[in-house]
Design a protein around this ligand. Sequence first.
Ligand code: PEP
Ligand code: MN
Length: 348
Amino acid sequence: MIVTLTADAPVSTVNAILAAASAAGCETHTFDDGHGGAVVGIAGTVAVADLPGVSAVLEKHRPYMLASREGRPHAPSVVKVGNARIGGGRPVVIGGPCVIEGRAELLEAALATKAAGADMLRGGAYKPRTSPYAFQGLGEEGLRYLAEAREVTGLPVVTEVMEPDQVDLVAHYADMLQIGARNMANFPLLRRAGQANRPVLLKRGFSATIEEWLMSAEYVMAHGNPNVVLCERGIRGFDPATRFTLDLTAVPLIKELSHLPIIVDPSHGTGRRSLVARMALAGLAAGADGLIIEAHPDPESARCDGMQTITPAELAGIIESGRVLHAALMGGAVDAGLGVAPTIGAHA
Ligand code: PEP
Ligand code: MN
């Protein structure tokens, strides 16, 4: 159940709720409602309605009580990643190569990504490759280059972590932990990321339902980490014409169901660089809080995912067009109730 308290609820009420839940053997999580009040999520049902300061009791709610909008209906979450903020404001753009290829290559890509106007840098050091014979990433060496690229550009960095035992190492170097599509339901990894002191970018598994995805977010949150950003990156469709089917319906639907920010990945979502710009803008039009896009100074020579990788100049074009699109959305061309922000990109 979800119990919402008024901002001036006495501490004794919180203590009584926690004691009642503990006596009933129910796990609890206390979080703020974004408006100064506390919310207590209880994995079970106990009698609390008559306590002073209780403003609402919801016994029937979605199974992802921490990720659900029901406990935080009026305040979308904003996740801070270094000096970037994801959610509730202008959309952010994360750009960079699929994989960290080397020190010089990454620094060149990072500077070009920054010059294109991106807010954050991406790049994989540990890669989940379909083939065991494909380049698997540089591991910790890559993480060191990523940290150096952050120092040089000032851009916060996000990179994938694949195993629970890697979480501390990756968190040491990166500003944000990416959990990839193939690991969305890796529950030991989700638990460990929940204990990490870094925000988590949780990609949707390509055969995961919206509810399964939100339950994975719930794992991270229930283990102590409220800073989760969802990423729609395409689901498996029937047509090999595109690598995946970018499910943009997920964006406004997640906004209805959850207070968590959601960003869109048009690179993996399409698998074709010619489609990236249009689908990036479509993601913003759908209400995404940002984009993650694979960009490389020379996409043809990229060591991973080159066919869906764009140039920094193309990335700059998307950021520019995105800014115009948002201005139009905010200017009333589309229902202002969409709640989108006016500008995107670091040049804004
Ligand atoms: C990636 O971001 O490079 C990646 C492997 O993404 P996904 O997990 O969505 O396939
Ligand atoms: Mn990739």
